[in-house]
Design a protein around this ligand. Structure first.
Ligand SMILES: Cc1cc2nc3c(=O)[nH]c(=O)nc-3n(C[C@H](O)[C@H](O)[C@H](O)COP(=O)(O)OP(=O)(O)OC[C@H]3O[C@@H](n4cnc5c(N)ncnc54)[C@H](O)[C@@H]3O)c2cc1C
Length: 461
């Protein structure tokens, strides 16, 4: 009898787990993957993909508004939430089936069950009680929404998980949080016609992003009618007949038909019985891993949000792939977590890569900032009250571009391409040498010639 039932047992069929399972199976490993909810994980089922579909839906209202200036006459467009949700569900089911088919084609055994450790080589499937012995185990259990402290009325509050399946579009929504998820949902609900209040305890939304981006986006959101209240928390939620009244720490009360919190996503380590396997946690609340995603137990690895490194789908996928290459492909592979481009699908969109102005100042002696803010051409005829922001952070000593920050339509698409240049070590001179594509918003990235701010130059010269 074989010492192990499988070569690899993967706990969690999300972005990281699915990729790792498929690649490991491709190297000839016997692989089993357990999923307690739906194959595809957060990104596919209740994260990036359904969110982007809702974002698309929410942006039509702007297109309708802008069309008039271009000569179109539209008869009061009507929106039907249930059609959107039904179509979204159909697409998610299609993707889930595609993920399952890909795994099955690769020879991966899929079990629909929660899994937990019994000892360092044994996993128990809670659905059947079956025990599986594995030579290697990959923990890819992701993260879950956090609803904050137990305030009165917390039972009335939804997370992003439930927001995807509301029976109807709420007319008035209060979103608490300052993260990209809170901001995106505030913009989605507003775009679909709801009256939205965004409450955040800090001084501004999108903590960790460049300060210009934070200010610019907040201002744009407010111009669109989103009420942003900072320096406050929701202290209690009261049910009043068919709606809710949220009482804020500052004394204000907000009436809403739906209250949603997006207060962070702690790693899913609860109930895994990591103690029985000897797997150690990190100070961040996630599982501690080395640069190859190996935990404190040499044959147990962890990838994705459960490690709380950079919590994004492409990172989880890359880590899962690198794990399979390292352990089953004989190609030890590390993942570089620096310069990860990312987007916030707010309205307008945000795309960023590299260092913020503040981070650059902390690490480099001479920093040059190139920044432009302008009204995009499209807004001239539509009359829309909006501006875009493009910003480059440059090492004044070497001319290397350290960061790029964009708030503009399609900023996510722009930053994917700028990411290549920044990762290749492009200098400001390289960017300047690139011919503009005219007329575009992005062309301003290659035509910004004047330094907006220069730090440390005087001292060095
Ligand atoms: C609303 C929202 C929007 C987002 N938007 C973006 C975006 O635009 N771009 C982006 O890059 N990222 C986005 N993310 C983040 C992205 O979804 C995650 O970073 C990514 O899914 C992490 O992949 P993972 O493999 O680590 O975990 P997950 O995809 O979360 O997969 C973990 C899986 O493990 C399962 N599981 C957990 N415990 C067990 C257990 N004990 N036994 C069996 N199964 C278990 C879970 O059910 C889940 O399916 C978003 C997230 C949310 C919530």
């Amino acid at each position: 009898m074989a010492a192990h039932d499988v070569d690899l047992f993967v706990i969690g069929a999300g972005s990281g787990g699915v990729r790792a399972a498929r690649i490991a199976a491709g190297y000839g490993a016997r692989v089993m993957i357990a999923e307690e909810y739906r194959v595809g994980g957060t990104c596919v089922i209740r994260g990036c993909v359904p969110k982007k579909l809702l974002v698309y839906a929410s942006r039509f209202s702007l297109d309708f508004e802008e069309a008039a200036g271009y000569g179109w006459t539209l008869h009061a467009p009507a929106f039907d939430w249930s059609t959107l949700i039904a179509n979204k569900d159909k697409e998610i089911a299609r993707l889930e089936a595609a993920y399952m088919a890909t795994l099955q084609k690769a020879g991966v055994a899929i079990v629909k069950s929660r899994a937990m450790f019994e000892d360092p080589h044994t996993v128990r499937l809670t659905a059947t009680g079956e025990r599986v012995r594995a030579a290697h185990i990959l923990i890819a259990t992701g993260a879950s929404p956090h609803q904050g402290p137990a305030i009165p009325g917390l039972e009335h509050v939804i997370s992003s998980n439930e927001a995807f399946d509301l029976p109807e579009l709420p007319r008035r929504v209060l979103v608490q949080g300052g993260s990209y998820i809170a901001v995106e949902f505030a913009c989605i609900f507003a775009g679909l016609g709801a009256k939205v209040t965004l409450v955040y305890r800090g001084d501004n939304i999108l903590r960790g992003f460049d300060d210009d981006v934070r200010e610019h986006l907040r201002e744009q959101m407010e111009r669109r009618g989103i009420h942003v209240i900072t320096g406050n928390i929701v202290a209690a939620v009261e049910k009043v007949k068919t709606h809710f009244c949220a009482h804020l720490s500052g004394g204000q009360s907000i009436t809403a038909d739906q209250v949603m919190f997006a207060l962070g996503r702690p790693p899913n380590v609860f109930g895994l019985r990591l103690d029985l396997a000897g797997v150690k946690g990190a100070g961040t609340g996630g599982i501690a891993v080395d640069e190859y995603s190996r935990t404190s137990v040499p044959h147990i690895y962890a990838v994705g949000d459960v490690t709380n490194r950079v919590n994004l789908t492409p990172v989880a996928i890359r880590e899962g792939h690198a794990f399979a290459d390292t352990v089953f492909g004989g190609k030890p592979t590390r993942v570089d977590h620096t310069n990860v481009p990312t987007a916030v699908f707010s309205e307008p969109e945000v795309g960023v890569i590299g260092l913020t102005e503040t981070q650059a100042l902390g690490r480099f002696g001479r920093v040059d900032i190139y920044k432009t803010m302008f009204r995009p051409l499209k807004a001239m005829l539509s009359g829309r009250d909006t501006t875009v922001l493009l910003k480059l952070v440059v090492d004044g000593a070497t001319d290397r571009v350290l960061g790029c920050h964009i708030v503009a339509p399609d900023a996510g698409e722009m930053i994917q391409l700028m990411g290549i240049a920044v990762n290749m070590g492009a200098s400001k001179a390289d960017i300047d040498a690139t011919m503009a594509v005219h007329p575009t918003i992005a062309e301003e990235l290659v035509t910004m010639r004047t330094v907006s701010k220069s730090y440390g130059r005087e001292a060095a010269e």
